[in-house]
Design a protein around this ligand. Structure first.
Ligand SMILES: [Zn+2]
Length: 283
């Protein structure tokens, strides 16, 4: 089974200390894939410090030189992978950035090039802000040659006229109806691939992620833990659940302990021929 960690919202507002506290030790055991915002607009996201929230000013990553140096070093050492996480992330009119818009392909191409040049990283993955994607957003990702962190599905962008889309939809429905937990495969849409994130957040339940991990082990599939560095110390909303960070560390401990688990970056998992794919055979 392949295991990976996805962390969203690294941006101008992130300090090297934030990431070091979250992953300094973790990324000595295996890589952490950071979804990075190239030009964060200071809107309503919780990843934006409170004093900036609602200003709607734009903050390019390169203006945080300490972070750029830290990320360059981490990428060169193989501790971090960089993924593209939107362009501005927050939109003043309240719509989610990659659900719709006529400028999305340009944002993907520019954002990707900017981060690749700035951080010395090869970018293979796109993670949509707020996990919200739509038909136009998905088309832009494909045109930019990237894969999706998350699952779009028929409602949010898989082409409805395609046999492959409906075949995948059917296979996933069968899996869920049979009691299957999570989505323990890389989904192959032909022109791009998708990998589901298993949320590790204040509302997530440890037993749900444990069940998805167990299912991934059973099918020799994939498990991607999806979290936020700025949320790791936050207690769960459920009184009986550990903090976000503790939940993440329990999953990491399980991955490290099991001899059948191989820990990779998200991009490596999605690109790996060894990763079991759903939909690959459909035409
Ligand atoms: Zn985000």
């Amino acid at each position: 089974m392949l295991f990976c960690i996805r962390d969203d919202d690294t941006s101008f507002f992130t300090t090297p200390d934030d990431l070091e506290a979250a992953y300094g030790e973790v990324c000595q055991w295996g890589p952490v894939s950071l979804a990075v915002v190239p030009f964060h607009r200071a809107g309503t996201s919780k990843g934006v410090p409170e004093k900036y929230r609602g200003r709607w000013s734009v903050h390019p990553l390169h203006e945080n030189r300490g972070l750029v140096a830290y990320l360059r070093q981490g990428v060169a050492a193989g501790r971090y992978e960089v993924m593209l996480h939107g362009y501005y992330h927050d939109e003043p009119d309240g719509h989610w950035e990659f659900q719709h818009g006529d400028d999305l392909t340009r944002r993907i191409l520019d954002g990707r090039k900017y981060l690749e040049d700035l951080l010395g990283a090869a970018i293979r993955m796109f993670v949509p802000p707020r996990n919200a994607i739509g038909e136009q957003g998905l088309r832009a990702i494909v045109q930019g040659g990237l894969h999706l962190g998350g699952v779009a599905g028929i409602r949010a962008g898989w082409p409805r006229a395609s046999f492959r889309s409906w075949n995948l939809w059917l296979q996933l429905r069968r899996w869920r109806r049979g009691g299957g937990a999570g989505v323990p495969w890389v989904l192959d849409l032909g022109d791009h691939r998708e990998i589901a994130g298993n949320p590790v957040t204040p509302v997530s339940l440890r037993q749900v992620n444990d069940a998805s991990f167990t299912a991934a082990l059973a099918v020799d599939g994939v498990f991607c833990a999806a979290t936020h560095y700025w949320e790791l110390a936050v207690p769960s909303v459920h009184p009986d659940q550990p903090t976000v960070g503790e939940q993440l560390h329990q999953l990491i401990a399980r991955a490290r302990k099991h001899p059948g688990v191989s820990w990779r970056s998200v991009g490596d998992v999605v690109s790996s021929p060894a990763a079991p794919r759903l939909g690959a055979a459909a035409r």
